[in-house]
Design a protein around this ligand. Structure first.
Ligand code: GUN
Ligand code: FE
Length: 469
């Protein structure tokens, strides 16, 4: 039997569904040395902890006891992040997507040809993401095999759970940042997959993901080969950008005139599956929404980038995805998103849903008439829904829902200790010790907190940020 290696006494809060939170007050959790949750016992008074541990003959394991004003939530899952864009966050806001790629992003990503540059940047990235509570990320690397292998090793060493993809791009990119053929792109991708599976054979923390950047930068031959790889290897996830902005959709359809929409295009190459993570999905017809639903694809909703880079204020039909049971997670899309904070992604996803509600008639043409509408357009998300998307919803989108995104016996312990006690210098959170329930403290954290309130970060049971409490 697996022995417990640590115990934590805390109030837990997690999502059971998009609209349902569960609070487990004063829970005593034990975690194995491999990071699995062994027991969760609710309503344990502080005075009883040592008796319970003694009864189980585990009184010598380290115990972390949280105080009032502190609680535990699942780690955040960033379903869409560009690792090499860590240093370019904030640049080029308001630019149209293809101009931003050419002017800012490709010259920046080209620097990752130098693996020592990748080492420096990726160490900062992994530390920075963990500090912000991102315990799982789905990363796009640059097009370079070596730098992408560095990214995988850095996540493994730093203790971050991640999907890692070498970008595929064999056309419509500058000569200094473009693969020379589909064959070269595929063989570099295979080498990367093999490397990732060698350094982490069980996929305990890092796993590969196929990453055709988008159809504009991939020849039909490359898309076809990647679709075949996905078909042959049912463990491989797939990520790409999908219906991000008008400029991108127009360019895509003029490169592939045989298709009238991106859902038909990507599915014809075998790239739309339940393992697909589709970033953005902003301009969606009912036909395409139904197709994503039928094919079981996941959506990486990236509200920060959708409002600031790409060309226009794009408010994705998230509520409609949720009504249809499509899996939706949140992505920072850092650096297209200027912020790498999942707290900002949550707030921006609330705000863009309010914008959709206010502009509802503008979006009516996208609507399926059979959909019921609560209130105005039925577009408004709640803070509970955005918290769900940042945790459990994201875990489903990236294929990790059995391991992370919530707390249950048998799941892995990826968790954040949130500290809302405002007596600490510089932490400006409106905590009312007298009347704040756990839900109210979480709501305040989601809307007003920042990384100073993330006191500890655990991935697979290991403390990867913060110090002992
Ligand atoms: N489409 C293709 N590449 C990118 C990228 O790096 N960021 C965003 N936001 N969209 C893209
Ligand atoms: Fe992106």
């Amino acid at each position: 039997m697996t022995e417990p290696s640590k115990a934590i006494h805390a109030t837990l809060i997690h999502s059971l569904s998009p609209t349902q939170l569960q609070v487990i007050p004063d829970a005593l959790i034990t975690v194995s040395s491999s990071g699995t949750i062994l027991t969760i016992q609710p309503n344990v008074p502080s005075s009883n902890i040592s008796n319970i541990l003694a009864e189980q003959k585990i009184e010598n394991i380290p115990l972390t006891k949280l105080s009032h004003g502190q609680f535990l939530i699942p780690g955040f899952v960033d379903t869409h992040n560009h690792a090499p864009q860590w240093m370019q966050r904030g640049l080029g806001q308001g630019m149209h997507i293809l101009d931003w790629l050419d002017g800012i992003t490709f010259p920046n990503e080209a620097k990752f040809e130098d693996a020592s540059h990748a080492e420096k940047v990726y160490e900062k990235l992994v530390r920075g993401m963990l500090r912000q509570g991102v315990t799982t990320a789905s990363y796009y690397g640059s097009l370079h095999g070596e730098a992408t292998r560095v990214l995988a090793s850095t996540c493994l060493k730093g203790g971050q759970r991640a999907l890692i993809g070498k970008c595929n791009m064999d056309r419509n990119s500058p000569s200094f940042y473009c693969e020379t053929s589909a064959e070269e792109s595929v063989s570099a991708t295979k080498a990367c997959i093999q490397y990732i599976r060698t350094i982490d054979p069980e996929g305990s923390l890092v796993k590969p993901v196929l990453t055709p950047r988008f159809a504009i930068s991939c020849t039909a031959q490359l898309l076809k080969s990647l679709g075949e790889m996905a078909h042959e290897d049912p463990c491989l996830a797939i990520q790409t950008h999908f219906n991000e902005a008008a400029q991108e959709i127009n360019a895509t359809l003029s490169l592939f005139p045989e298709f009238s929409n991106e859902a038909d295009l990507y599915s014809s190459f075998g790239l739309l599956t339940p393992r697909s993570i589709l970033a953005h999905c902003t301009i969606m017809t009912p036909y395409e929404i139904n197709k994503l639903q039928d094919l079981g694809c996941g959506v990486a909703h990236c509200p920060t980038a959708n409002m600031t880079v790409g060309g226009g204020f794009m408010a994705a039909p998230v509520k409609e995805f949720l009504r249809k049971g499509i899996n939706v997670g949140l992505g920072t899309d850092s650096g297209g998103g200027y912020s790498s904070s999942m707290l900002n992604a949550m707030r921006h996803s609330l705000i863009t849903s309010y914008a959709r509600e206010a502009l509802y008639p503008k979006f009516e043409s996208e609507k399926n008439e059979s959909v019921s509408k609560e209130g105005g357009g039925g577009e408004t998300l709640s803070w509970e829904e955005v918290f769900y998307m940042a945790t459990k919803g994201g875990a489903k989108v990236v294929g990790f829902e059995e391991q992370v995104g919530g707390f249950a016996v048998g799941m892995e312990f990826d968790a954040l200790v949130i500290d809302m006690r405002d007596e600490r210098e510089g932490v400006n959170v409106p905590l009312d010790e007298e009347s704040d329930s756990a839900e109210r403290m979480l709501e305040k954290f989601v809307m007003t907190g920042d990384d100073r309130n993330i006191a500890q970060v655990y991935v697979k049971g290991k403390l990867v940020h913060g110090s002992d409490i």
